[in-house]
Design a protein around this ligand. Structure first.
Ligand code: HEM
Length: 441
């Protein structure tokens, strides 16, 4: 196409029944049929999907300033009403200044500080799994990832108070409007938001008086170029977003990885062999060892590819642009289609197959096509927690596999669900203590 067409000429797709359980495969099919841009209209709202590596690069890097995260995450996804305007939904210079304040706490070298917290919480939380016989690894992973985020990022000690925070965030995340009942939805959302504010505000006051060295403490001490401190509202929004983004997604990804490993015993065996080779008996892995767990790392990336916890990233268009012959005006809404991009056969060989070796040399499919694997986003606004999440997930899987063998419990429907996707009914697994001989494999 050489002439540019109006956005209305973009191929229109119909969202099928059961869409929320197969967003990736469905949108990948639309990509094959229509190319990297297509649109849907639901209840009168037009959304433009941009899918595939070229589109991802356009939205996340080369034309990123034409897109607003604020409009995407707050106006389209409603994040501000629930949690306030944190890093995820800020735009422009404000975002850059706040990201700069937080970046040091998320550098890979800083993970040394968090790893002992992660490992202690993981050990405490998984103790007793075998005695229980069967656990829902999705539910269990949430307890671990939330305790870790609360302690490492906000300096909150695990216990009843942190449990209360976790339940409040979960209630907020699962709040779904029922038709004709928006008033109730908004009332409950406001109640939960107030409750979080009421519980978090004293933490901020406390940190102003007694500075801590967690991320919240850093933010309390931070000053903008004019010398101003962040307001209570800003600090609470940041904490909300760090605690929510810092655990919901890692929970899903670790549960999916355990699910995938349970279904692929050959690969699981290789992960266990790598553990045995790298981690001497009775030794708690250091950050360096965790970074050397490449077989496990490739498994994590395969879980990211097949079950990306964020199915697409929402954006508001703030400056018109042309893409693939179409003219998109300011005011349009765009989703860059993460889950669909991961299932493109010209990029990922046999894309529905679990095949973590695709990420190992010499294949390295993700490196051959930049912006093809975008489970953590990409470009300057790539997930700030990518190191944190990967270290945590690897530490968790390593410790679980060191202690236990897991098998999927029978008679369950493991179903992927949602735009912020998760196993809808959890993932139940039978757990057995590893025999000492096996522990040495
Ligand atoms: C498996 C785990 C995780 C996944 C899959 C994930 C995914 C993502 C994605 C896709 C984005 C980009 C969104 C966009 O482009 O609109 C993002 C951004 C972000 N994530 Fe994560 N995330 C994970 C873990 C974490 C953790 C552990 C933290 C905090 C400790 C975190 C905090 C954030 C924040 C604050 C942003 C916004 C960054 C910015 O815009 O500058 N995430 N994440």
């Amino acid at each position: 196409m050489t002439e540019r067409s109006s956005w209305e000429a973009i191929p229109l797709i119909q969202i099928p029944e059961g869409y929320l359980s197969r967003i990736g495969p469905f949108l990948a099919e639309m990509y094959e049929r229509h190319g990297p841009i297509f649109r849907s209209n639901q209840n009168g709202h037009d959304v433009i999907f941009m899918a595939g590596p070229e589109a991802n690069r356009f939205v996340l890097l080369s034309n990123r300033l034409k897109f607003s995260n604020y409009i995407g995450w707050t106006k389209i996804f409603g994040v501000e009403d629930a949690f306030g305007n944190g890093l995820l939904s800020m735009d422009g210079a404000e975002h850059d200044a706040h990201r700069k304040m937080m970046n040091p706490a998320f550098a890979i070298t800083y993970m040394d500080r968090y790893l002992p917290i992660m490992q202690r919480i993981i050990r405490e939380r998984i103790a007793g799994w075998a005695a229980r016989g069967e656990v829902d690894v999705y539910e269990e992973a949430r307890k671990i990832t939330f305790d870790v985020a609360a302690e490492a990022l906000a300096g909150l000690t695990p216990g009843p108070e942190v449990d209360q925070f976790r339940e409040l965030y979960l209630a907020m995340l699962r709040l779904t409007p029922h038709a004709n009942n928006w008033d109730e939805f908004y009332a409950e959302q406001a109640r939960l938001k107030d409750e979080l504010y009421r519980l978090l505000r004293p933490k901020i006051v406390e940190r102003r008086q007694h500075p801590t060295d967690d991320v919240l403490g850093m933010l309390v001490r931070a000053r903008d170029p004019a010398g101003n401190a962040l307001s209570d509202e800003q600090l609470i929004a940041h904490t909300n977003i760090l605690l929510v983004a810092g655990h919901e997604t890692s929970t899903s990804m670790s549960a999916w990885l355990l699910y995938l490993l349970a279904q692929h015993p050959d690969y699981l065996q290789r992960v266990q062999e790598e553990q045995a080779a790298l981690v001497p008996d009775g030794v708690i892995p250091t950050l360096d060892l965790i970074q050397r767990m490449k077989v496990l790392e490739n498994g994590v990336m395969e879980a990211e590819r097949l079950y990306p916890p964020v199915s697409y990233g929402p954006r508001g268009v703030v400056e018109e642009f042309d893409f693939h012959g179409y003219h998109i005006p300011a005011g349009a809404h765009v989703f860059y289609a993460i889950a669909a991009s991961h299932l493109i056969p010209s990029v990922f060989a046999a894309p529905t197959r679990f095949d973590p070796d695709r990420f190992a040399p010499p294949r390295e499919e993700q490196k051959k096509t930049p912006y093809a694997l975008v489970g953590f986003g990409g470009g300057p606004r790539i997930c700030i927690g990518i190191n944190f999440a990967k270290v945590e997930i690897k530490a968790m899987i390593a410790e679980i596999l060191r202690q236990y063998t897991l098998a999927l419990a029978p008679d369950q429907d493991v179903e992927l669900f949602g735009v912020i996707s998760r196993p809808r009914h959890g993932v139940r697994m039978r757990v057995h203590e590893r025999a000492p001989a096996l522990a040495a494999i």
